[in-house]
Design a protein around this ligand. Structure first.
Ligand code: PLP
Length: 398
């Protein structure tokens, strides 16, 4: 074909989520947007805090335009990195250095960079992901030349199954990705789970005589309900890289802004950081959006209204479980992971679609027989969808 076939295949095959999203637009044109209940995309429905928009205006009005829109250092503006390091130190008690922070275009870029920095293609490196997992992990890991190894969750709770995890680690394990709160289950891994996982990692690193890195994928860190704790992985395991994003925490997914933080207690932290810088360079990811670096540095204490997500979660969870659907109550993110009453996720998706309910079949997320409902939408829409969910449940009972 005269081009990279793997890349062609990736571009040619649209993700199922995008597929459903496109269908929802076509369907809305046919029967009216109010009659289609699209729960496919994880696009925040809560606006960015007013502080964010005020800061953008203020920066535009007061700063030198050439500097504001100009290139920053490849790894990000030093003042911005200092502000983030101070915030990490204050919140989590980690002695973070601005020289271990790398500004990125969101968590997707952060993950791609970290994997590129760590994985040695010619050594058969493996990266463990915990099912259910964000499907793009497979794309990112394979693109970095690594092999995806899936660890299955504890039945019923979707916490990490420690015994399963331990069995998946081999001499080739280079990295482990942890995503909590989790997309698609909404589960927050408990402190007990995290401690047990880190214990295993330390033992196995010693047994195999090399570091196994932990990559904390944290776009949903701030979206937790009822004060549930999300352990900060650097405090449990020194060989951690945090991939943070402001996409969901400040409802800025289209602005593409986040960062990588290399744990200061990591063995050879500076060397790993330089590999991160090199990976960013090789991927063309230097200098994250300049205006938004300045914006987030001034809005590190800002918060979105997560009460709106919580209200949706409660309404959906309470009603769907009352109708007889099975799901774990999510403590965070904005997803509900629902078991297919007939086992097969795709057939459940098709039956829901006949009721104009658009949910995502999740077999590609590493756990079969579940669908994901993204409840980052208007409360009214969730409420109006309930009769359709009820009818779907009744259809199954019949
Ligand atoms: N990781 C997970 C688990 C996600 O759900 C997403 C986006 O939905 C990302 C990473 C990518 O986020 P970003 O917009 O920061 O690139």
């Amino acid at each position: 074909m005269g081009l990279n076939e793997k890349m062609f295949a990736l571009g040619n095959k649209r993700s199922i989520i995008r597929e459903i999203f496109e269908y929802s637009k076509t369907r809305a044109a046919e029967i009216g947007a109010e009659n289609v209940f699209d729960f496919s995309l994880g696009n925040p429905s809560v606006p960015a805090p007013a502080e964010v928009n005020d800061t953008i205006r203020e920066l535009l009005d007061t700063q030198n335009s050439v500097l504001l829109h100009g290139y920053t250092s490849a790894q990000g503006d030093l003042g911005v990195r200092r502000a983030i390091a101070a915030r990490i130190a204050e919140r989590f008690g980690v002695d973070m250095s601005p020289n271990l922070l790398y500004m990125t275009c969101g968590a997707a870029a952060s993950l791609t960079i970290c994997l590129k920095a760590l994985i040695e293609e010619d050594k058969g490196d493996e990266c463990i992901v915990f099912a259910p997992f964000f499907t793009e992990y497979r794309v990112f890991i394979e693109n970095a030349g690594g092999k995806v190894v899936i660890s299955q969750p504890e039945a019923g709770t979707f916490q990490i199954d420690i015994a399963d995890f331990e069995n998946r680690i081999t001499e080739h394990t280079k990295a482990v990705i942890v995503n909590s709160p989790n997309n698609p289950s909404g589960v927050v891994y408990s402190r007990e789970t995290i401690e047990a996982m880190c214990r295993v990692l330390k033992e196995k690193s010693e047994e195999y005589g090399h570091v196994i890195y932990l990559i904390a994928d944290e776009p949903y860190r701030e979206l937790v309900y009822a004060g549930v704790e999300v352990p900060y992985l650097m405090n449990h395991y020194a060989n951690t890289l945090v991939c943070y994003s402001f996409s969901k925490s400040l409802s800025l997914p289209g602005e593409r802004i986040g960062y990588i933080a290399v744990c200061p207690n990591m063995e050879d932290a500076t060397t790993v950081y330089l590999a991160v810088c090199g990976a960013g360079r090789s991927l063309g990811y230097v200098c994250a959006p300049s205006l938004f670096q300045q914006v987030i540095a001034r809005c590190l204490n800002a918060k979105v209204n997560i009460e709106a997500y919580k209200k949706n979660r409660d309404l959906l969870y309470d009603n769907l479980t009352a109708y007889g659907f099975e799901c774990v109550k999510p403590d965070g993110a904005f997803y509900l992971f629902v078991k297919s009453p007939e086992g097969d996720a795709f057939r459940f998706y098709e039956k829901a679609k006949a009721h104009e309910l658009l949910v995502v079949p999740c077999d590609d997320f590493g756990v079969s027989g579940y669908v994901r409902i993204a409840y980052c939408t208007d409360y009214e829409r969730v409420k109006n969808a309930l009769p359709a969910f009820k009818a779907l449940a009744e259809e199954y009972r019949a």
